[in-house]
Design a protein around this ligand. Structure first.
Ligand code: SF4
Length: 245
């Protein structure tokens, strides 16, 4: 689609996207099927212009604090799935405090408290709230939580303790693929958690996973789904196979 466009045409195209032009399914299909390196560079050029319009070229750093690798779920793409016989850990409060102290002066902008769907914290969200309290005490930084699907009450409690961002990735909006990836987990429940979090003031992040059997049509379904959800932040990740996935 960019074959006959020169730099001026590409600049104008990027500007039309910035001004709100909606890409059709055919546009998306064409873009996803680009393989020619010159055309790909043109696509990247337009994408960079749109990105720079919104974000400039600043880089924000956040640090994961992966505080529990226990999980009750069986996501097919994840090393921490409950079927995988690996060594797991759950950090205690003092360990978490020590991690935070080590992060002081590291010039990060946010802490991302990440865990699997660890039943210990999911059944005792007040324990999770204590983790947030510790991070807030030690580091005066925004906190993202990446805890899997929590119910409305838990999300509310954690928000009241200072959680600012919720990362909860759908991975795909193709329902069939979803059922193969997030085995036995509710498609709509995941969407609800993000929508509820948004309503009570979280900045919400959604994400897609590629390289897991998603063809072009499945990817279009996911892009449209993610657009419909209108989360504050979105990302696309690439699957990297590991033992047990
Ligand atoms: S819920 Fe998260 S940690 Fe658990 S298996 Fe799925 S992706 Fe992995």
């Amino acid at each position: 689609m960019f074959t006959n466009m020169d730099k001026k045409d590409l600049d104008e195209y990027a500007q039309r996207v910035i001004d709100g032009m909606q890409l059709s399914e055919d546009n998306l299909r064409e873009m996803l099927l680009v393989t020619d390196s010159t055309e790909l560079e043109k696509l990247h050029y337009v994408a960079r212009k749109v990105r720079d319009h919104y974000f400039g070229n600043k880089v924000f750093l956040y640090s994961f604090v992966y505080f529990s690798t226990y999980c009750k779920n069986r996501c097919a793409f994840c090393y921490y799935n409950t079927m995988n016989k690996i060594n797991r850990y759950r950090l205690g409060f003092e360990d978490i405090r020590n991690v935070c102290r080590k992060l002081k002066g590291e010039h990060i902008h946010m802490v991302d408290l990440t865990m699997g769907e660890d039943p210990y914290f999911h059944e005792n969200p007040s324990q999770f709230a204590k983790v947030i309290d510790i991070v807030k005490e030690e580091l005066d930084l925004p906190v993202m939580i990446s805890p899997g699907v929590l119910d409305d009450n838990a999300l509310t409690m954690l928000r009241e303790h200072g959680a600012n961002f919720l990362a909860l990735y759908q991975e795909t909006y193709d329902k069939e693929l979803y059922s193969n990836l997030r085995i036995g987990q509710s498609f709509s429940g995941r969407i609800h958690a993000r929508q509820f979090a948004k309503k009570i003031g979280y900045c919400v992040e959604d994400g897609l996973l590629t390289g897991v059997g998603n063809d072009v049509e499945s990817t279009i379904t996911s892009l449209k789904g993610m657009a419909r959800e209108n989360s504050h932040m979105v990302r696309v990740m690439t699957f990297i196979p590991q033992e047990g996935t």
